[in-house]
Design a protein around this ligand. Sequence first.
Ligand SMILES: Cc1ncc(COP(=O)(O)O)c(C=O)c1O
Length: 358
Amino acid sequence: MLKARESIRHLKEYHPPLGQRRGLRLDFNENTGHCSPRVLKRLRTLDGETLARYPERAALDPLVANQLGVSSEELLLTNGTDEAIHLVCETYLDPRDEVLIVVPTFAMFEIYAAATGATVVTLPAGENFEFPLASVLARISDRTRLIAIANPNNPTGAFVPIADLRQLVAAAPGAAVLVDEAYFEFSRETIAPQWHSLPNLFVSRTFSKAYGLAGLRIGVLMGHAEQMPMLRRASSPYNLNSVALACLPEALADQAYVRDYVAQVLDGRLGLESELAAWGVRFWPSHANFLLLHLGEKAPAFVQHMRERRILVRDRSSDYGCRGAVRITLGTYEHNQQLFKALRQVLARLGFLEQGQR
Ligand SMILES: Cc1ncc(COP(=O)(O)O)c(C=O)c1O
């Protein structure tokens, strides 16, 4: 009988809770509204000829590079950040290699790394999900071929200081260090383009969050110009489809849209933090478009009651160190107001009221 490779047979299955879900989706860290109207306008002008042809990704490299302040040689457009992670794993990992990740973190690091047959070493985050720099440094060996870090991290929202990341990248010159900046627009701090002095550094970004284009699947992988040709070899020349490529220039041009959306999210995050503080609910300060709160045993009931009010939030209890933790995405002003209204009702119903009134 035909058998899949051993590393695939033993791979953890990842099932995002998609499917029959009605309500406001605050459980996927997506843009809760919609993309720039300029993108939609461009979409409506697409013709059959454009779709009949193979897409030409390289034509957009200079535009994206210019926007990101790097050179075309230093970037690769990818089918979302997921593909960027996949390509880094495919390019650098052999079955006997080791990959270091700090948990809890984004699930796809472990999945793509383990699929190559490499050994994934998971190190626990420190207190309050702080990045455990000393233990990661201590675990680097000559087998370490990849270190993957989401900065800000998902699901915690924690941020690793850039100086700490630099120290880590410098300490592992034989390993690719991937800094996944999917939430960069909400944190505004980046390690790019420090690959000039740290050629083993890679940085990924996405158009799925602040730009509101998760459905188009557009990401960017950046790194040293000497490394990027290897990643291009591993990638399909047609990884970005024609629709995504046609819309991308409009998305980039409408920075006013991105600024406005990010401002609404940050305002909502601040509002949610003060709301939770008033109710006596513990949360972890976040640098991203979501907040992780601790509801302990009440987490499943909270998720259920929010769902009954047509607001979807994500119980992260199965992530390392996250028992009783729920992640909530912030979004547009209207959606944040909808969230606060339901949140007050549900926290009161779950008995947080007395604390809230104190
Ligand atoms: C840290 C991180 N990286 C990557 C992604 C996926 O991004 P994309 O839609 O670009 O594949 C997510 C999505 O939740 C994420 O949290």
